[in-house]
Design a protein around this ligand. Structure first.
Ligand code: ADP
Ligand code: MG
Length: 251
């Protein structure tokens, strides 16, 4: 049982981006990935989720023993994977309430219907917890939302779908400090021995609120360092420049 990424190589339009990345996220743990811009953090998130633009040229990704690379995007989602996007898409014409409801419905056995009363009760509770105004339920998904509103909405979806593995791509960017605390509170309320988190961030600040069990540094498509949460503090102090003196582990 784990989200296991082994020697993953990916390319897009002929450019190699991930160059032999390996990582294991067991349930119950929070793994943070940090790294400079352009190092491949979003590529990793998107490839694990199944973005069709990226070609997997080597390696494997399994979730609790299941080969994720064999599954379509929606199958990965229903199998228990969730990706909170760095840049959430706008979905005009689909209200937030209907969007999340459809995703929940898709998780039920054939012929079973969502209990609308219970659904709205839970939705409102979680919106309250994340400080999202209830009027957002009838707005189109992300349409005209501020950066911070989009990020809260990603976490709302994550909380409503109760995935086994949560991949969060720079959920902190665009959030002011108060919003960051609220969002981190939502994430922390989901932490459990049954659930693993891969938290991608450029800044150490998020990790003050979502305390990671392990920190990995991604540079030029490879994990070049792994450590405890102190590694994030070291990066904060020294920046990413010191990585240039280090040779990535060959694969
Ligand atoms: P990060 O999230 O760490 O900032 P990304 O995964 O977004 O990095 O990008 C990693 C590298 O892949 C960058 O050099 C970026 O320019 C390149 N890349 C991403 N998408 C594409 C694309 N569609 N075509 C060509 N190069 C791309
Ligand atoms: Mg990114």
């Amino acid at each position: 049982m784990s989200l296991v990424i082994t020697n993953l190589h990916t390319s897009i339009d002929g450019n190699d981006i991930l160059k032999g990345l390996s990582l294991e996220v067991p349930p119950g743990e929070v793994h943070a990935i940090m790294g400079p811009n352009g190092s491949g953090k979003s590529t990793l998130a998107k490839v694990v989720a199944g973005h069709e633009d990226y070609e997997v040229t080597g390696g494997s990704v399994t979730m609790d023993g299941q080969n994720l690379l064999d599954l379509e995007i929606d199958e990965r989602s229903r199998a228990g994977l969730f990706l909170a996007f760095q840049y959430p898409m706008e979905v005009p014409g689909v209200t937030m309430a209907n969007f999340i409801r459809a995703a929940r419905q898709a998780r039920l056995p054939e012929g079973e219907e969502i209990d609308a009363v219970a659904y709205y009760k839970e939705l409102y509770e979680k919106m309250d917890q994340l400080g999202i105004d209830r009027r957002f339920t009838s707005r189109s998904v992300n349409e005209g939302f501020s950066g911070g509103e989009k990020k809260r909405n990603e976490v709302l979806q994550m909380m409503m779908l109760e995935p086994s593995y949560c991949v969060m791509d720079e959920t902190d960017s665009g959030l002011d400090i108060d919003a960051l605390k609220v969002v981190a509170g939502g994430v922390n309320s989901m932490r459990s021995p049954e659930r693993g988190f891969l938290v991608i961030t450029h800044y150490q600040r998020l990790l003050d609120y979502i305390e990671p069990d392990h920190v990995h540094v991604l540079a030029d498509g490879q994990i070049v360092r792994s450590g405890s949460k102190e590694l994030a503090l070291e990066l904060e102090k020294k920046g990413y420049d010191f990585l240039k003196e280090e040779t990535p582990v060959a694969s």
